[in-house]
Design a protein around this ligand. Structure first.
Ligand SMILES: Nc1ncnc2c1ncn2[C@@H]1O[C@H](COP(=O)(O)OP(=O)(O)O)[C@@H](O)[C@H]1O
Ligand SMILES: [Mg+2]
Length: 157
């Protein structure tokens, strides 16, 4: 599931839901070109409610060949999807209703964080801030007007 020379713009203006999904797909192909590291790879998705974090995750899931529908995990907190790439599990967490890292304990979070074959996308990471959750990349979505969103990505060294 790799795309030749997978690349994505660091800053992108999305004009529609489809644009954001397409961006997520490119971003997902990029993640798939990265080697696994010690522990899971974590992506922080920042932006207000309705900015498009879950929509972008849909695109990432497509790049991983996931056919299941991605919906907001707000009420279930976390969803796990098997993939066919070297990142064999994609985990989508929505921490909107959480208030600390401890709230994730019942979800086997330690096991997931230690799994170098997991890629974890987290919405509202600030609600569960912990030394154990270190994103390698922060994607920020800003709701401009109507359907316009400014998407910026920052890869941490
Ligand atoms: N350019 C755009 N990018 C992303 N979503 C958009 C865009 N324009 C309109 N939307 C709509 O805004 C909503 C974003 O919802 P969602 O992705 O669940 O946001 P979040 O997860 O950040 O709360 C969806 O209903 C989507 O169809
Ligand atoms: Mg969401």
């Amino acid at each position: 599931m790799k795309e030749k020379g997978a690349s994505f713009p660091k800053s992108f203006v999305s004009s529609s839901t489809e644009d954001t999904i397409e961006f997520g797909k490119k971003f997902g192909f990029f993640i798939n070109t990265l080697p696994t590291t010690k522990g899971a790879r974590i992506v922080s998705l920042c932006g207000d409610l309705g900015a498009g974090k879950t929509t972008l995750t849909k695109g990432v899931a497509l790049a991983f060949g996931i056919k299941k529908k991605i919906t907001s995990p707000t009420f279930v907190l976390m969803k796990r999807f098997p993939t066919k790439t070297h990142y064999s599990t994609l985990v989508h967490i929505d921490a909107y209703r959480l208030s600390s890292f401890k709230d994730l304990h019942s979800l086997e979070i330690e096991k997931i964080l230690n799994d170098s074959h997991s890629i974890i996308l987290i919405e509202w990471i600030k609600n569960i801030s912990s030394k154990k959750i270190k994103p390698f990349c922060v994607v920020t979505l800003k709701h401009k007007k109507d359907r316009t969103r400014l998407i910026t990505t920052k890869i941490k060294k």
